[in-house]
Design a protein around this ligand. Structure first.
Ligand SMILES: Nc1ncnc2c1ncn2[C@@H]1O[C@H](COP(=O)(O)OP(=O)(O)O)[C@@H](O)[C@H]1O
Ligand SMILES: [Mg+2]
Length: 137
């Protein structure tokens, strides 16, 4: 599936809709350049599914858990340089199947992470429209 979104509100509405179909144990990888909208997508999804307001969460941590049933784990592996480093992060809890996991820059830890069952790729930056590809459909 591939769609174009001409503004942030459109992309966020899609993220909300996509998020409603997720269940505990789902792992979603997000790829795309810095500024493409991965974090924006995650926060819109969290806002739509849970009570928490992601605007109040820390602006940078590599792992943030939003409480809920199920909780949502948001990982951002941008600063993780090596597989060895990643192995020390202690992410077992995020991948125990009891939460929904959304991973930015998942390709950086492809060797170590359990496989994503959804992959979202975002193209475009700044004020450009965003082309979003979702696999599988
Ligand atoms: N159509 C759009 N979809 C998503 N973000 C957009 C769009 N248009 C502009 N933006 C802006 O692009 C930026 C995306 O940043 P962010 O979500 O942090 O990207 P990433 O996590 O991929 O680095 C935000 O400042 C957002 O307001
Ligand atoms: Mg980001």
């Amino acid at each position: 599936m591939e769609r174009t979104f001409y503004n942030e509100a459109q992309l966020c509405a899609f993220a909300a809709e996509f998020g409603r179909g997720l269940k505990a144990g789902d792992v979603v990888g997000l790829s795309g350049a810095l500024g493409s909208g991965k974090t924006t997508f995650v926060k819109a999804l969290v806002r739509a599914r849970l009570q928490s307001d992601p605007a109040t969460s820390p602006s940078f941590t590599f792992w943030h858990r939003y409480p809920g049933a199920p909780p949502i784990d948001h990982l951002d592996l941008y600063r993780v340089e090596e597989a060895a480093e990643f192995a020390e992060l202690g992410l077992e809890e995020a991948f125990d199947g009891n939460s929904i996991v959304l991973v930015e820059w998942c390709e950086r830890a492809a060797d170590i992470l359990p496989p994503c069952n959804y992959e979202i790729t975002i193209e475009g930056k700044g004020d450009e429209p965003r082309r979003v590809r979702v696999r599988p459909q």
